[in-house]
Design a protein around this ligand. Sequence first.
Ligand code: 5GP
Ligand code: ZN
Length: 115
Amino acid sequence: MSADPDCLFCKIVAGDVPADVVHTSERTVAFRDINPQAPLHVLVVPRHHEPNAAATASADPLDLAEIAITARAVAAAEGYDDYRLVFNTGAGAQQTVFHTHCHVIAGRDLTWPPG
Ligand code: 5GP
Ligand code: ZN
């Protein structure tokens, strides 16, 4: 579906819910996470609603490609060459908003494995 009227991130994409938007492109919107886990913590979302990254890749692979390119641009704009991208998928992996989103995290030591 293109937009879900009950979806928080669709409302941010539409401008109906305010967000600190740092980057937009034809296919994506990037905004700061409301509960940042690092000095840089931005969410990159496709404008087109799908519930997770695999669904976005199936629906339109170019959306997923543009998410990755946008993420690099967001990190670079704030001076970070090194960053982490996370797509939580499913409640068991701590996904809480079921509109595809890529966490772009940088600016502190990023240990591995993640929690
Ligand atoms: P998830 O847990 O689904 O991978 O990530 C959802 C993210 O959305 C969380 O990091 C959470 O802090 C963020 N978030 C939830 N509600 C809002 C909101 O209204 N505005 C913004 N900017 N981020 C939000
Ligand atoms: Zn949505």
